[in-house]
Design a binder for this molecule. Structure first.
Ligand SMILES: Nc1ncnc2c1ncn2[C@@H]1O[C@H](COP(=O)(O)OP(=O)(O)OP(=O)(O)O)[C@@H](O)[C@H]1O
Ligand SMILES: [Mg+2]
Length: 510
């Protein structure tokens, strides 16, 4: 990217924000120059989203102030923020699922007449989507769109409203590698028009390719602010975590045991009768991690859902420990020892209005020591158990009683991971487990998954990151258009071979 000019567009000075039991932002200074991308980095819970939500008008700072082009501003609401030319894409999308793309884009605009001129609005949307290569149909409903498409709607919403400062809170965490590259292009177009951006991400390669400067937060405080040029991923990771990150996995030699989970000719159809998973056969052994690679949307979700009882197989057979598990209820599978880290954690993984402790014990409440022999739960035991899990998995929460919805994005994630990895009774189905996690947490989650395998669990690991699969998995299967293109040895394959299979070529022992 080109060099940025040095005039200051936006400044935050001495910004402090407290929540019960935490100082989310502690006297933070931040500066954004005209036409630049600032990468905002930090561990899960470091205070990145909070700081940006202050700019977006969702939170008021307890102390400190904000200036834009040298003038002090007060931001009391998202509307104020919008009028100042600030637009934010949140970690959790905020689109209304049952409304169309066009309706979402103009939702909340105050200067809109009572009956909005939809034809004109749509024309403007189409014009903008051409200009930024953000292909979306204004008449589609949000629930019909993929995550990548929904994000394009979020970006369109901002450019429609004339945002000059774009705040992107982990925009690529849910995107495929291709969609991330598209986003890179979109941001470049915006910069060339003089817009500026603050970009939150945990992916170091993105920091290096997207940003001009970086600012690192740790426990609410700024620990570094510097030019991106000249830094390395290793340095950035160390600054965030405050210790050396090794990017290494501790793994015992591969010694698979008996076949544990077997799929034989499993086919799944969508509601219209189109096969979305075609004749899948695979075996996962005790003490083995089978990685699944593939561009998102090629049947990975259906594969994990048919295994975990969330989708029906129309043909084929699934066995666990030689017992037929085809089309069994999820509870039946949980009792048989299956754990599941789902892709859609908001919808399936967690209850935001329950405490961290309750979410952690959710799968254990039926068994001792949490429940007594008579099924009565022991509050003190729940807290004891929760405290151990919180410290082992380093979940940043003020107390075990804190409601999950008050945790940072990555710590919500860790709560699910902790519960599922801990309750694993022999089979772990992990879908994008390191999504949204900081580098330190990623390292520890990968090691925890490997530890389950070393304890003889059979693990299915779906990931979009080939580096993750190559370092963690023993075998890697590649999916394309609902089919398995083949299964290869992780130790001997390489990215080129996997890439070819991801594009639809058969390989390995297909
Ligand atoms: N609405 C809230 N109520 C109470 N505490 C909150 C609230 N929002 C955030 N926090 C706390 O503030 C701290 C910072 O959270 P924040 O969401 O800003 O972290 P983050 O850097 O964005 O992390 P992540 O990478 O996990 O998204 C955390 O300890 C979090 O629990
Ligand atoms: Mg966040």
């Amino acid at each position: 990217m080109e060099k940025s000019s040095v005039s200051t567009l936006l400044k935050m000075e001495g910004v402090t924000k407290r929540f019960p039991g935490v100082i989310a932002n502690d006297r933070v200074d931040l500066e954004l120059h005209n036409g630049e991308v600032l990468a905002l980095l930090g561990e899960n819970g470091a205070g990145k989203s909070t700081l940006m939500n202050i700019l977006a008008g969702l939170y008021r700072p307890d102390e400190g102030f904000i200036t834009i082009r040298g003038e002090k501003v007060s931001i009391h609401s998202p509307q104020d923020s919008m009028h100042l030319g600030i637009g934010m894409i949140h970690q959790e999308f905020m689109l209304v699922q049952t409304m169309t793309v066009a309706e979402n884009i103009v939702l909340g605009l105050q200067d809109l007449p009572l009956i909005p001129p939809m034809a004109e609005i749509k024309r403007k949307i189409i014009e903008l989507s051409d200009r930024y290569s953000l292909k979306v149909d204004p008449d589609r409903f949000i629930y019909e769109l993929s995550v990548g498409e929904q994000q394009r709607v979020e970006i369109l919403k901002l450019v429609y409203r004339g945002a000059e400062v774009l705040i992107l809170d982990e925009p690529t965490a849910v995107l495929t590698p291709q969609e991330s590259r598209d986003l890179n292009g979109i941001i470049k177009t915006m910069l060339s028009e003089g817009k500026s951006a603050i970009f939150i991400t945990h992916k170091m390669d993105e920091v290096l390719s997207f940003s001009h400067r970086v600012q690192v937060l740790r426990q609410g405080k700024t620990v570094a602010a510097c030019k991106t040029e000249g830094t390395t991923p290793q340095e950035l990771a160390n600054m965030m975590v405050g210790r050396e990150i090794l990017f290494k996995i501790k793994k015992a030699p591969y010694r698979p045991g008996e076949p544990k989970l077997i799929l034989d000719g499993v086919t799944v159809e969508d509601p219209t009768g189109r096969p979305v998973l075609k004749d899948i056969s695979l075996t996962i052994y005790e003490g083995e991690i089978l990685g699944i690679a593939g561009v998102a949307g090629n049947g990975q979700t259906e594969l994990t859902e048919v295994i975990t009882g969330l989708q029906k197989a129309v043909s084929g057979r699934i066995t666990l420990d030689s017992q037929d598990m085809t089309n069994k209820q999820p509870l039946h599978l949980i009792k048989a020892g299956m754990s599941h880290i789902p892709a859609d954690r908001g919808a399936m993984g967690i209850v935001g209005d329950m405490s961290v402790a309750d979410n952690l014990v959710m799968k254990r409440y039926r068994s001792e020591p949490i429940a007594s022999r008579h099924g009565v739960m022991h509050a003190t035991k729940i807290f004891g158990f929760a405290k151990k899990m919180i410290s082992f998995f380093k979940i940043a929460t003020p107390k075990p009683e804190t409601l999950v919805k008050f945790l940072s994005g990555g710590n919500i994630q860790k709560t699910i991971l902790a519960r599922e990895i801990d309750s694993c009774g022999g089979v772990l189905i992990a879908v994008y487990p390191s999504r949204g996690l900081d580098v330190g947490a990623t390292e520890s989650v990968r090691n925890n998954i490997v530890a389950q395998r070393d304890k003889k669990a059979a693990v299915l690991l779906v990931s979009e990151e080939l580096d993750e699969l190559l370092s963690v998995a023993d075998k890697i299967g590649v999916m394309f258009e609902g089919e398995l293109m083949g299964i290869v040895d992780a130790a001997t394959t390489n990215k080129e071979e996997l890439g070819m299979m991801m594009a639809g070529m058969r390989g390995g022992n297909a």
